[in-house]
Every structure is written in structure tokens, then in C-alpha cells.
Design a protein around this ligand. Sequence first.
Ligand code: ZN
Length: 169
Amino acid sequence: MSAPRFLCDEMLGKLARELRTLGYDATYAHGSDDEAILARAEREDRRLLTRDRGLADRAGSQATLLASRDPGEQLASVIERERLAPTAAGFLSRCLECNEPLVAAEDAEEVPADHADGPQWRCPVCDRVYWPGTHAHDMLERLGEHLPGEPDPSQALGPPDGTEGERKP
Ligand SMILES: [Zn+2]
């Protein structure tokens, strides 16, 4: 089954980043009105995640209404209700800013010397470089409970083909 894709409403920018960190395709409807959000969810075949009851009602079965204001609780709720099964391979396989799958990079100048020999990834859209450093470690500490086993951030950083998180069969 292909991985689900999400459209987060304007109130859920942090949730969109958390979903991306786990490797899910999650766009963020910043500054769009309800009509545009509904049209985009339909056009791009994305599940609408929203805290707006009126918007959720209009989207019907294509929306998941989230009650919590807390991004951590929102993420746990989405994982449970959408029956998501995040994988270690999906972790950090997307650009957190652009939602774009990362590609392998080599000898990126931005990478600190003590990580220069390790794996490095680049966003093909914004050119941000990612590597398994402290930041990745912190994100794994926060999100590791959603991942199987206890992935090592140096191993868990996404593969060059950007394998996405999966949905339980
Ligand atoms: Zn990017």
C-alpha cells in the first residue's frame, strides 16, 4: 500500500514538520482559505488534518479532526487513527522545510568536520544539507517512541531514494 499523504491546515505547521521528520509527505496549507484547502486536498489526494470542526465537516471522510493543541499529542493521534507504521528508514528522509525527499550528498561544505566522513543528504529544492548530528539525535529522542526498535540516528537517517513511512496493512 502506498504511503498516505497529508495536508495540514494553518494551525498545524508543527505537526506537518513532525510528520515529515518521520518520512511522511505532509504539506502545510499556509494562508489558504477553506475553499483552497479543500480543493488542494482533493486535487493532490491528500488526507486533510485539521483542528477546525467546520472545515472537517465540509471535507467529510477525507478529513481527520484533531482536538489537541499539542503537536506531540496531535502526532500520536494521527499515527493511531491513520494506522501509520513509521519506519527507521523513513526517519529524516524528507526536507523538514520543503517536504521534498532528500538525496545523497557528498563532501558538503556545511557539514562539521567530525561528521564529514559520515552519510550526508541534501534537499534538491532548497539545498539544505542534513547529517546525523546532534539535531538528528534530539529529534530521534523526541520521536523514537513511534519507531520500531531503537534506531541509531547515524543509521536511521533516510536512504537516498527517500523511502517513505508506511501504513499498516
Ligand atoms: Zn528543502
